[in-house]
Design a binder for this molecule. Structure first.
Ligand code: AMP
Ligand code: GLY
Length: 424
Protein backbone atom coordinates (compact mmCIF):
# COMPACT_ATOMS: atom_id res chain seq x y z
CA UNK A 1 0.00 0.00 0.00
CA UNK A 2 1.06 3.56 -0.65
CA UNK A 3 0.41 5.61 2.47
CA UNK A 4 0.20 9.32 3.21
CA UNK A 5 0.39 10.53 6.82
CA UNK A 6 -0.74 14.11 7.47
CA UNK A 7 1.05 16.16 10.14
CA UNK A 8 4.49 17.30 11.21
CA UNK A 9 4.97 16.62 14.93
CA UNK A 10 6.49 13.98 17.17
CA UNK A 11 3.18 12.11 16.95
CA UNK A 12 3.49 11.85 13.18
CA UNK A 13 7.15 10.75 13.39
CA UNK A 14 6.13 7.98 15.82
CA UNK A 15 3.19 6.88 13.63
CA UNK A 16 5.24 6.95 10.42
CA UNK A 17 8.12 5.06 12.09
CA UNK A 18 5.68 2.33 13.16
CA UNK A 19 3.88 2.19 9.78
CA UNK A 20 7.22 1.98 7.94
CA UNK A 21 7.91 -1.32 9.71
CA UNK A 22 4.86 -2.98 8.16
CA UNK A 23 5.43 -5.47 5.33
CA UNK A 24 2.35 -4.07 3.63
CA UNK A 25 3.76 -0.56 3.42
CA UNK A 26 5.20 0.13 -0.06
CA UNK A 27 5.72 3.89 -0.41
CA UNK A 28 5.33 6.11 2.63
CA UNK A 29 4.78 9.86 2.44
CA UNK A 30 4.42 12.39 5.25
CA UNK A 31 3.00 15.86 4.70
CA UNK A 32 4.58 18.21 5.60
CA UNK A 33 6.64 16.03 8.01
CA UNK A 34 9.90 16.97 9.70
CA UNK A 35 13.56 15.94 9.60
CA UNK A 36 12.70 12.73 11.49
CA UNK A 37 9.90 11.60 9.20
CA UNK A 38 12.26 11.94 6.22
CA UNK A 39 14.30 9.09 7.76
CA UNK A 40 11.36 6.68 7.37
CA UNK A 41 9.51 8.09 4.34
CA UNK A 42 9.29 10.95 1.86
CA UNK A 43 8.17 14.38 3.01
CA UNK A 44 5.72 16.31 0.85
CA UNK A 45 5.64 20.08 1.22
CA UNK A 46 1.91 20.68 1.22
CA UNK A 47 -0.65 22.59 3.25
CA UNK A 48 -2.73 19.82 4.82
CA UNK A 49 -5.70 22.12 5.37
CA UNK A 50 -5.87 22.80 1.62
CA UNK A 51 -7.81 19.68 0.63
CA UNK A 52 -7.43 20.29 -3.13
CA UNK A 53 -3.66 20.27 -2.65
CA UNK A 54 -3.91 17.06 -0.63
CA UNK A 55 -6.09 15.57 -3.40
CA UNK A 56 -3.66 16.31 -6.23
CA UNK A 57 -0.80 14.71 -4.24
CA UNK A 58 -2.92 11.66 -3.38
CA UNK A 59 -3.69 11.12 -7.07
CA UNK A 60 -0.16 11.86 -8.29
CA UNK A 61 1.45 9.48 -5.78
CA UNK A 62 -1.22 6.75 -6.16
CA UNK A 63 -1.95 6.84 -2.44
CA UNK A 64 -4.14 3.98 -1.14
CA UNK A 65 -4.51 5.12 2.48
CA UNK A 66 -4.39 8.49 4.25
CA UNK A 67 -3.81 8.65 8.02
CA UNK A 68 -4.74 12.01 9.55
CA UNK A 69 -2.52 13.00 12.51
CA UNK A 70 -3.81 16.33 13.87
CA UNK A 71 -7.35 17.51 14.63
CA UNK A 72 -7.57 20.55 12.36
CA UNK A 73 -8.08 18.82 8.99
CA UNK A 74 -10.52 16.41 10.66
CA UNK A 75 -12.61 19.18 12.20
CA UNK A 76 -12.49 21.04 8.85
CA UNK A 77 -13.98 17.95 7.21
CA UNK A 78 -11.19 16.22 5.27
CA UNK A 79 -12.89 12.83 5.64
CA UNK A 80 -16.19 14.18 4.24
CA UNK A 81 -14.21 15.82 1.41
CA UNK A 82 -12.67 12.45 0.45
CA UNK A 83 -16.00 10.59 0.69
CA UNK A 84 -17.86 13.07 -1.49
CA UNK A 85 -15.20 13.42 -4.18
CA UNK A 86 -15.57 11.22 -7.28
CA UNK A 87 -11.84 10.55 -7.58
CA UNK A 88 -11.10 10.16 -3.87
CA UNK A 89 -14.10 8.04 -2.89
CA UNK A 90 -12.14 4.81 -3.28
CA UNK A 91 -9.15 5.99 -1.25
CA UNK A 92 -9.11 4.86 2.36
CA UNK A 93 -8.87 7.60 4.99
CA UNK A 94 -8.39 6.96 8.72
CA UNK A 95 -10.09 9.47 11.00
CA UNK A 96 -13.64 10.58 11.88
CA UNK A 97 -15.88 12.65 9.63
CA UNK A 98 -16.73 16.24 10.53
CA UNK A 99 -19.72 15.13 12.65
CA UNK A 100 -17.62 12.73 14.77
CA UNK A 101 -14.82 15.32 14.93
CA UNK A 102 -17.17 17.69 16.76
CA UNK A 103 -16.34 15.61 19.85
CA UNK A 104 -13.11 17.62 19.83
CA UNK A 105 -14.10 20.61 17.69
CA UNK A 106 -16.92 21.75 19.99
CA UNK A 107 -16.72 21.33 23.74
CA UNK A 108 -20.42 22.19 23.95
CA UNK A 109 -21.27 19.37 21.51
CA UNK A 110 -19.02 16.91 23.36
CA UNK A 111 -20.54 17.88 26.72
CA UNK A 112 -24.08 17.39 25.41
CA UNK A 113 -22.95 14.04 23.94
CA UNK A 114 -21.61 12.99 27.36
CA UNK A 115 -24.82 14.08 29.12
CA UNK A 116 -27.00 12.21 26.58
CA UNK A 117 -24.94 9.04 26.88
CA UNK A 118 -24.57 9.10 30.64
CA UNK A 119 -20.77 9.38 30.51
CA UNK A 120 -19.24 10.68 33.78
CA UNK A 121 -18.03 14.27 33.40
CA UNK A 122 -18.07 17.63 35.19
CA UNK A 123 -21.40 19.50 35.25
CA UNK A 124 -21.39 22.52 32.99
CA UNK A 125 -23.42 25.27 31.33
CA UNK A 126 -22.70 27.11 28.10
CA UNK A 127 -23.00 30.90 27.72
CA UNK A 128 -22.66 33.41 24.88
CA UNK A 129 -23.37 37.07 24.03
CA UNK A 130 -27.10 36.60 24.43
CA UNK A 131 -26.99 35.26 28.00
CA UNK A 132 -23.69 36.62 29.35
CA UNK A 133 -25.45 38.13 32.38
CA UNK A 134 -26.80 34.66 33.27
CA UNK A 135 -23.20 33.42 33.07
CA UNK A 136 -22.07 36.12 35.50
CA UNK A 137 -24.87 35.22 37.96
CA UNK A 138 -24.03 31.52 37.54
CA UNK A 139 -20.42 32.23 38.57
CA UNK A 140 -21.73 34.01 41.69
CA UNK A 141 -23.66 30.90 42.70
CA UNK A 142 -20.85 28.32 42.37
CA UNK A 143 -17.68 27.74 44.35
CA UNK A 144 -14.13 28.33 43.12
CA UNK A 145 -11.96 27.26 41.35
CA UNK A 146 -13.88 28.48 38.28
CA UNK A 147 -13.25 26.55 35.06
CA UNK A 148 -13.92 28.52 31.84
CA UNK A 149 -13.63 26.73 28.50
CA UNK A 150 -13.78 28.12 24.99
CA UNK A 151 -16.17 25.97 22.97
CA UNK A 152 -14.04 25.72 19.81
CA UNK A 153 -10.49 24.69 18.92
CA UNK A 154 -7.97 27.00 20.62
CA UNK A 155 -4.71 25.08 20.22
CA UNK A 156 -4.84 23.82 23.81
CA UNK A 157 -5.06 27.36 25.24
CA UNK A 158 -8.82 27.76 25.61
CA UNK A 159 -9.20 26.64 29.24
CA UNK A 160 -8.83 29.04 32.18
CA UNK A 161 -8.92 27.93 35.81
CA UNK A 162 -9.37 30.85 38.21
CA UNK A 163 -9.70 31.17 41.98
CA UNK A 164 -10.95 34.73 42.12
CA UNK A 165 -14.61 35.50 41.33
CA UNK A 166 -13.99 39.00 39.90
CA UNK A 167 -11.23 37.67 37.70
CA UNK A 168 -13.50 34.85 36.51
CA UNK A 169 -16.29 37.33 35.62
CA UNK A 170 -13.79 39.55 33.82
CA UNK A 171 -12.30 36.65 31.83
CA UNK A 172 -15.75 35.34 30.92
CA UNK A 173 -16.60 38.75 29.43
CA UNK A 174 -13.26 38.94 27.62
CA UNK A 175 -13.75 35.49 26.13
CA UNK A 176 -17.28 36.20 24.93
CA UNK A 177 -17.32 39.92 24.13
CA UNK A 178 -13.69 40.52 23.10
CA UNK A 179 -13.40 37.07 21.49
CA UNK A 180 -10.20 36.45 23.46
CA UNK A 181 -9.79 33.12 21.64
CA UNK A 182 -11.39 34.35 18.41
CA UNK A 183 -14.45 32.48 17.15
CA UNK A 184 -13.57 29.62 19.52
CA UNK A 185 -14.75 31.63 22.54
CA UNK A 186 -18.06 32.95 21.14
CA UNK A 187 -19.55 30.23 23.31
CA UNK A 188 -17.95 29.50 26.69
CA UNK A 189 -18.57 26.64 29.09
CA UNK A 190 -18.48 27.20 32.83
CA UNK A 191 -17.60 23.87 34.33
CA UNK A 192 -17.50 22.24 37.74
CA UNK A 193 -13.89 21.85 38.96
CA UNK A 194 -12.67 18.25 39.20
CA UNK A 195 -9.99 17.54 41.79
CA UNK A 196 -7.88 14.54 40.87
CA UNK A 197 -5.02 13.16 38.75
CA UNK A 198 -5.18 13.23 34.97
CA UNK A 199 -4.60 10.28 32.68
CA UNK A 200 -5.04 9.82 28.93
CA UNK A 201 -6.80 6.74 27.58
CA UNK A 202 -6.79 5.91 23.87
CA UNK A 203 -8.96 3.63 21.80
CA UNK A 204 -9.47 2.84 18.13
CA UNK A 205 -13.09 2.45 17.07
CA UNK A 206 -14.71 1.42 13.81
CA UNK A 207 -17.97 3.00 14.97
CA UNK A 208 -19.29 -0.29 16.32
CA UNK A 209 -16.50 -1.98 18.30
CA UNK A 210 -13.22 -0.78 19.81
CA UNK A 211 -9.78 -1.75 21.07
CA UNK A 212 -8.20 0.04 24.03
CA UNK A 213 -4.56 1.07 23.61
CA UNK A 214 -2.09 1.53 26.49
CA UNK A 215 -2.83 4.52 28.76
CA UNK A 216 -0.39 7.37 29.32
CA UNK A 217 0.21 10.31 31.62
CA UNK A 218 1.12 13.63 30.04
CA UNK A 219 2.99 16.52 31.73
CA UNK A 220 1.28 19.64 30.40
CA UNK A 221 2.93 22.53 32.24
CA UNK A 222 6.21 24.09 31.12
CA UNK A 223 7.92 24.06 34.54
CA UNK A 224 9.12 21.38 36.97
CA UNK A 225 6.57 20.49 39.65
CA UNK A 226 3.72 21.25 37.21
CA UNK A 227 4.22 25.00 37.31
CA UNK A 228 3.95 27.76 34.72
CA UNK A 229 2.07 27.94 31.44
CA UNK A 230 0.24 25.09 29.77
CA UNK A 231 1.99 23.55 26.76
CA UNK A 232 1.12 20.83 24.26
CA UNK A 233 2.85 18.42 26.65
CA UNK A 234 6.43 18.24 27.95
CA UNK A 235 6.75 14.51 28.58
CA UNK A 236 4.77 11.32 29.00
CA UNK A 237 4.94 7.88 30.58
CA UNK A 238 3.19 4.57 29.95
CA UNK A 239 1.99 2.49 31.75
CA UNK A 240 0.70 4.68 34.62
CA UNK A 241 0.96 3.14 38.10
CA UNK A 242 -2.41 4.32 39.48
CA UNK A 243 -4.26 2.90 36.47
CA UNK A 244 -4.94 -0.57 37.86
CA UNK A 245 -7.38 -3.19 36.53
CA UNK A 246 -10.19 -1.88 38.72
CA UNK A 247 -9.88 1.68 37.40
CA UNK A 248 -9.45 0.47 33.80
CA UNK A 249 -12.58 -1.67 34.10
CA UNK A 250 -14.53 1.46 35.12
CA UNK A 251 -12.99 3.39 32.21
CA UNK A 252 -14.04 0.68 29.79
CA UNK A 253 -17.60 0.29 31.12
CA UNK A 254 -18.44 3.92 31.88
CA UNK A 255 -16.41 5.79 29.28
CA UNK A 256 -15.25 3.75 26.29
CA UNK A 257 -18.30 1.49 25.82
CA UNK A 258 -20.75 4.36 26.34
CA UNK A 259 -18.76 6.60 23.98
CA UNK A 260 -18.69 3.98 21.21
CA UNK A 261 -22.39 3.20 21.74
CA UNK A 262 -23.14 6.92 21.56
CA UNK A 263 -21.19 7.21 18.31
CA UNK A 264 -23.13 4.27 16.90
CA UNK A 265 -26.59 5.31 18.13
CA UNK A 266 -26.14 8.89 17.00
CA UNK A 267 -24.86 7.75 13.59
CA UNK A 268 -21.61 9.68 13.83
CA UNK A 269 -19.13 8.87 11.08
CA UNK A 270 -16.23 7.47 13.06
CA UNK A 271 -13.31 5.24 12.12
CA UNK A 272 -10.24 6.36 13.95
CA UNK A 273 -8.50 7.09 17.20
CA UNK A 274 -10.49 8.40 20.14
CA UNK A 275 -8.60 9.92 23.05
CA UNK A 276 -10.35 10.48 26.38
CA UNK A 277 -8.62 12.96 28.67
CA UNK A 278 -9.70 11.69 32.10
CA UNK A 279 -9.57 12.91 35.66
CA UNK A 280 -9.23 10.16 38.25
CA UNK A 281 -11.28 11.48 41.17
CA UNK A 282 -10.89 9.12 44.14
CA UNK A 283 -10.68 6.10 41.84
CA UNK A 284 -13.53 7.13 39.51
CA UNK A 285 -12.95 8.33 35.93
CA UNK A 286 -14.48 11.59 34.64
CA UNK A 287 -14.04 12.74 31.05
CA UNK A 288 -12.42 16.18 30.85
CA UNK A 289 -12.31 16.22 27.08
CA UNK A 290 -12.29 14.09 23.95
CA UNK A 291 -9.73 14.35 21.19
CA UNK A 292 -10.37 12.70 17.85
CA UNK A 293 -6.71 11.89 17.27
CA UNK A 294 -3.76 10.57 19.23
CA UNK A 295 -2.05 12.74 21.84
CA UNK A 296 1.33 14.37 21.42
CA UNK A 297 3.64 13.45 23.23
CA UNK A 298 1.55 10.45 24.42
CA UNK A 299 1.91 8.78 21.00
CA UNK A 300 5.68 8.66 21.50
CA UNK A 301 5.15 6.31 24.48
CA UNK A 302 1.98 4.48 23.40
CA UNK A 303 2.98 3.48 19.84
CA UNK A 304 6.30 1.84 20.88
CA UNK A 305 4.35 -0.42 23.29
CA UNK A 306 2.12 -1.83 20.53
CA UNK A 307 3.69 -4.99 19.15
CA UNK A 308 1.06 -5.53 16.42
CA UNK A 309 1.38 -4.23 12.89
CA UNK A 310 -0.31 -0.79 13.13
CA UNK A 311 -1.15 -0.81 9.43
CA UNK A 312 -3.04 -4.06 9.88
CA UNK A 313 -4.97 -2.57 12.82
CA UNK A 314 -5.90 0.49 10.75
CA UNK A 315 -7.01 -1.66 7.79
CA UNK A 316 -9.14 -3.81 10.10
CA UNK A 317 -10.73 -0.68 11.52
CA UNK A 318 -11.51 0.71 8.07
CA UNK A 319 -13.06 -2.68 7.10
CA UNK A 320 -15.20 -2.42 10.26
CA UNK A 321 -13.49 -5.47 11.73
CA UNK A 322 -11.66 -3.94 14.69
CA UNK A 323 -13.11 -6.73 16.87
CA UNK A 324 -10.79 -9.15 15.03
CA UNK A 325 -7.67 -7.41 16.36
CA UNK A 326 -5.88 -9.16 19.18
CA UNK A 327 -3.71 -6.47 20.73
CA UNK A 328 -0.24 -7.47 21.91
CA UNK A 329 1.22 -4.91 24.32
CA UNK A 330 4.80 -4.60 25.56
CA UNK A 331 4.73 -4.75 29.36
CA UNK A 332 7.88 -2.75 29.90
CA UNK A 333 7.84 0.97 30.62
CA UNK A 334 8.19 3.66 27.99
CA UNK A 335 8.82 7.32 28.80
CA UNK A 336 9.45 10.43 26.75
CA UNK A 337 11.01 13.77 27.63
CA UNK A 338 10.38 16.71 25.31
CA UNK A 339 13.26 18.99 24.39
CA UNK A 340 11.79 22.40 23.66
CA UNK A 341 13.16 25.69 22.39
CA UNK A 342 13.82 28.00 25.34
CA UNK A 343 10.94 30.48 25.64
CA UNK A 344 8.23 28.01 24.50
CA UNK A 345 5.19 28.20 24.90
CA UNK A 346 5.76 31.95 24.42
CA UNK A 347 8.11 33.20 21.70
CA UNK A 348 11.23 31.21 20.92
CA UNK A 349 14.01 31.03 18.37
CA UNK A 350 14.12 28.67 15.38
CA UNK A 351 17.03 27.65 13.19
CA UNK A 352 19.52 26.42 15.83
CA UNK A 353 21.66 23.50 14.70
CA UNK A 354 20.90 20.33 16.68
CA UNK A 355 23.84 18.04 17.47
CA UNK A 356 24.39 14.56 18.92
CA UNK A 357 21.22 13.01 17.59
CA UNK A 358 22.56 9.47 17.97
CA UNK A 359 20.26 6.94 19.60
CA UNK A 360 21.70 5.08 22.59
CA UNK A 361 20.61 1.60 23.68
CA UNK A 362 16.96 1.37 24.75
CA UNK A 363 16.14 4.79 23.36
CA UNK A 364 14.31 6.17 20.37
CA UNK A 365 14.43 9.76 19.14
CA UNK A 366 11.26 11.20 17.64
CA UNK A 367 11.52 14.54 15.89
CA UNK A 368 8.88 17.24 16.38
CA UNK A 369 9.90 20.78 15.35
CA UNK A 370 12.94 19.99 13.19
CA UNK A 371 13.90 20.68 9.58
CA UNK A 372 16.72 19.40 7.42
CA UNK A 373 18.84 22.01 5.68
CA UNK A 374 21.72 20.71 3.53
CA UNK A 375 23.27 18.12 5.87
CA UNK A 376 22.25 19.89 9.06
CA UNK A 377 19.21 19.42 11.29
CA UNK A 378 17.80 22.69 12.62
CA UNK A 379 15.20 23.50 15.26
CA UNK A 380 11.95 24.58 13.64
CA UNK A 381 9.29 24.72 16.38
CA UNK A 382 8.53 25.03 20.09
CA UNK A 383 8.66 21.36 20.90
CA UNK A 384 11.72 20.08 19.03
CA UNK A 385 12.62 16.49 19.97
CA UNK A 386 10.96 13.71 21.99
CA UNK A 387 13.50 11.53 23.84
CA UNK A 388 11.83 8.15 24.30
CA UNK A 389 13.36 5.58 26.64
CA UNK A 390 12.49 1.95 27.33
CA UNK A 391 13.05 0.03 30.56
CA UNK A 392 11.89 -2.77 32.81
CA UNK A 393 10.99 -0.18 35.44
CA UNK A 394 9.81 3.41 35.25
CA UNK A 395 13.17 4.58 36.70
CA UNK A 396 15.03 2.60 34.07
CA UNK A 397 13.02 4.02 31.18
CA UNK A 398 13.35 7.57 32.54
CA UNK A 399 17.09 7.20 32.95
CA UNK A 400 17.31 6.18 29.28
CA UNK A 401 15.14 9.13 28.21
CA UNK A 402 17.29 11.54 30.21
CA UNK A 403 20.53 10.07 28.79
CA UNK A 404 19.53 11.27 25.32
CA UNK A 405 17.92 14.45 26.66
CA UNK A 406 21.28 15.40 28.18
CA UNK A 407 23.27 14.28 25.16
CA UNK A 408 21.41 16.09 22.38
CA UNK A 409 22.57 19.67 22.20
CA UNK A 410 21.71 23.06 20.75
CA UNK A 411 21.97 26.61 21.99
CA UNK A 412 18.47 27.10 23.33
CA UNK A 413 17.49 23.67 24.67
CA UNK A 414 15.01 23.48 27.56
CA UNK A 415 13.42 20.42 29.19
CA UNK A 416 11.66 19.40 32.38
CA UNK A 417 13.79 17.44 34.82
CA UNK A 418 10.91 15.83 36.73
CA UNK A 419 8.95 13.75 34.19
CA UNK A 420 7.52 10.65 35.93
CA UNK A 421 8.90 11.64 39.35
CA UNK A 422 5.42 11.98 40.87
CA UNK A 423 4.71 8.32 40.01
CA UNK A 424 7.63 6.68 41.76
P1 AMP B 1 -8.85 20.61 28.17
O1 AMP B 1 -8.38 21.47 27.05
O2 AMP B 1 -10.33 20.49 28.27
O3 AMP B 1 -8.11 19.30 28.24
O4 AMP B 1 -8.37 21.33 29.50
C1 AMP B 1 -7.00 21.68 29.70
C2 AMP B 1 -6.60 21.34 31.10
O5 AMP B 1 -7.40 22.05 32.05
C3 AMP B 1 -6.82 19.89 31.44
O6 AMP B 1 -5.76 19.10 31.04
C4 AMP B 1 -6.96 19.95 32.96
O7 AMP B 1 -5.70 19.99 33.56
C5 AMP B 1 -7.65 21.25 33.18
N1 AMP B 1 -9.11 21.08 33.33
C6 AMP B 1 -10.03 21.10 32.34
N2 AMP B 1 -11.26 20.92 32.81
C7 AMP B 1 -11.15 20.79 34.15
C8 AMP B 1 -12.07 20.59 35.22
N3 AMP B 1 -13.38 20.51 35.01
N4 AMP B 1 -11.59 20.48 36.47
C9 AMP B 1 -10.27 20.58 36.70
N5 AMP B 1 -9.35 20.78 35.75
C10 AMP B 1 -9.76 20.89 34.48
N1 GLY C 1 -0.78 16.03 24.95
C1 GLY C 1 -2.13 16.40 24.88
C2 GLY C 1 -2.72 16.41 23.56
O1 GLY C 1 -2.17 15.91 22.59
O2 GLY C 1 -3.82 16.95 23.42
Amino acid sequence: MNILILGSGGREHAISWKISKSDRCSNLYIAPGNAGTSLVGNNLKININDFEEVKSNVIEKSIDLVIVGPEEPLVRGIVDFFKSDKELKKIKIFGPGSDGSKLEGSKDFSKEFMFRNNIPCAKSKTFNKRNLSDGISFLEKINPPYVLKADGLAAGKGVLILNNLDEAKDELSKMILDEKFGDASKNVLIEEYLDGIEVSVFAITDGENYIILPEAKDYKRIGDGDTGLNTGGMGAVSPVNFVDNKFMKKVEELVIKRTVNGIKNENLDYKGFIFAGLMNVNGDPYVIEYNVRMGDPETQVVIPRIKNDLLEIINKCLDKKIDEVDLDIEENFTTTVILAADGYPKSYKKGDEIRNLEELSNTKIFHAGTIKKDDKILSNGGRVIACTGYGKSLENALSNSYKIADNISWDNKYFRKDIGKDLK
